[in-house]
Design a protein around this ligand. Structure first.
Ligand SMILES: [Zn+2]
Length: 234
């Protein structure tokens, strides 16, 4: 069987052109996250790693309806810049890159675009401006439906049942559990023991897999509803 390419950058232009012409990849997910401190024990890529993982699983489950763009790795993280290693983008330029990525996809005939976010600091800037994006697309490409959600918001009721502490928190129980399930090499168990914040100690890989499944299932449902014509801004 032919390999299922679900990232746009893995396809050639012919493969993508022919797929679009054949009615495939009519919906795109753009994962957004951050490279920023995640306490002493969790790798700094966590947010983008997890948003990309959820997006990829959804695209595989709905193949060949959904394509994932390359992840936008840096996020808006000024509030974490006191920790060395954080790479932060300014809100204006960052929003421009996201908007341009969305518009590029729409210009190529992809009408449903979900920006799937994994970093809390990106939420307020996008939520502040997405109404303007909707108005722009209503005028320029009325068939387009562009939405923005953090994966934990789509799966919140389920996630809150599975966690003893707040969802999503920051590098705490929720994020640590998901990392233990998806990328355990990103969790330094020894560092978890000797830091002040004890909440990550409540996390387990088994719990993390349930949280990942909840995020993937909820996001897949949302994307299916977008494909069915729901969640339109107008
Ligand atoms: Zn995080």
């Amino acid at each position: 069987m032919q390999e299922q390419h679900v990232f746009i950058g893995d396809l050639t232009r012919r493969e993508f052109r022919e797929a679009l012409a054949g009615g495939k990849f009519q919906t795109a997910i753009i994962p957004t996250g951050s490279i920023e401190q995640h306490l002493e024990h969790l790798a700094m890529e966590h947010d983008i790693r997890m948003a990309t993982h959820v997006a990829e699983q959804v695209a595989r489950q709905l193949y060949p309806q959904v394509i994932v763009t390359l992840p936008i790795r840096a996020g808006i993280s000024e509030h974490h810049m006191m920790h060395q290693g954080t790479v932060s983008a300014k809100p204006g330029p960052w929003l421009s890159v996201i908007f341009d990525a969305v518009e590029s996809l729409v210009r190529h005939g992809i009408n449903n675009v979900l920006v799937l976010n994994g970093h809390g600091g990106n939420e307020a800037p996008v939520n502040g401006i997405i109404g303007q994006w909707h108005l722009y697309f209503r005028a320029q490409a009325p068939q387009a439906n562009v939405q923005f959600h953090s994966y934990w918001d789509l799966s919140r009721p389920e996630a809150e049942k599975l966690c003893k502490t707040g969802v999503p928190g920051h590098a705490q129980e929720y994020e640590t559990a998901m990392a233990l399930a998806v990328c355990p090499h990103n969790v330094r168990l020894d560092a978890m023991q000797d830091q002040e914040d004890r909440s990550p100690l409540g996390a387990s890989a088994e719990q993390g897999q349930k949280l990942v499944d909840a995020a993937v299932n909820a996001t897949r449902r949302y994307v299916e509803e977008m494909i069915a014509g729901q969640h339109r801004p107008f």
